[in-house]
Design a binder for this molecule. Structure first.
Ligand code: ZN
Length: 291
């Protein structure tokens, strides 16, 4: 049997123990060396819905669908975190409960309809229940991520934020050609490196530049934690059919690992990436932090 490169790579020994042991019912923080200045994020890692919610009234096959989580994304993040020895923060609940990648005033924060499925447990949600889900699930993710960013900044190294998501291979019966998409707003530092590296590594593949979605999503996680603080970042979208199984997850984790390792070996790029720069934002031009 072929031994996986990713599985044989060890964690460094200088991991921050307080980060290593940070764990709650809502989030998981994978251990890693924060001084490397890279933080991995996975907002749609899990399809878990606590039992008291009774699957939000959905049949169990709906919970297995992409509407509940980003299929394959968690496995890719875990492999990346282990192989690079860098910390990652993951949610441990379904986006159907509350979506951590939305602003609190976004109408899709608690989805009532997703890709043709009505979510009964969300249809008549009270303000009180929304507040409860915010406190119990949404806030721990953002607090945890902010802690990681703050600690990295305290160590004098503005961190690079990389989030991994996945998208369906079809949308409304139309095939999506992109294998991977790099989503971004106005800060080109990390997206351009990824786009160029992917074009070289996979010349025959269709690579999405702000496809299949735009990275210009008002007050999403990247906006709140990276854009508004001038931190280099990229949101990576992988097509679900490519990372549904273990071998695909391994393959894409390796592709992303190699790109990140090349960045880590390039002092000029690192200097550019580990600096706080305000590039502004297409989505929040009125916000003084990102104008
Ligand atoms: Zn997602």
């Amino acid at each position: 049997m072929m031994v996986s490169m990713l599985e044989t790579t060890r964690h460094p020994t200088n991991m921050n123990p307080t980060i290593e042991h940070y764990k709650s019912d809502a989030i998981e923080v994978l251990p890693g060396d924060l001084s490397l200045g890279i933080i991995l994020m996975c907002e749609h890692a899990s399809n878990h819905i606590p039992t008291q919610y009774d699957n939000l009234g959905l049949p169990s096959d709906q919970i297995e669908r992409h509407i509940a989580y980003d299929i394959g994304a968690q496995a890719v993040i875990r492999k990346l975190s282990v192989s690079l020895g860098i910390p990652a923060i993951l949610t441990r609940y379904s986006r159907l409960l509350i979506d951590p990648n939305r602003a609190l005033d976004d109408p899709t924060l608690v989805m009532q309809l997703s890709d043709g499925a009505v979510i009964p447990g969300n249809a008549y949600i009270s303000d009180q229940e929304t507040a409860h889900r915010t406190k119990t699930y949404y806030t721990p993710y953002h607090d945890g991520l902010k802690q990681l960013v703050d600690r990295s900044l305290d160590q004098g190294k503005p961190p690079i934020l990389i989030s991994v998501h996945s998208f369906t291979d079809r949308w409304k019966k139309i095939s999506r050609p992109w294998e991977i998409g790099i989503l971004w707003d106005k800060d080109p530092r990390l997206p351009q490196i990824f786009l160029q590296a992917l074009a070289q590594t996979r010349p025959a593949a269709t690579i999405g530049d702000n496809e299949p979605y735009s990275g210009r999503l008002i007050k999403d996680s990247m906006y709140s934690h990276a854009t508004s603080r001038g931190l280099a970042h990229a949101l990576i979208e992988l097509r679900q059919d490519l990372i549904r199984e273990e071998n695909g997850q391994e393959k894409w984790a390796t592709i992303l690992r190699d790109i990140i390792q090349n960045i880590q070996a390039n002092p000029k790029q690192l200097k550019l990436l580990h600096s706080q720069q305000n590039f502004g934002s297409y989505i929040c031009p009125d916000n003084p932090a990102t104008r």
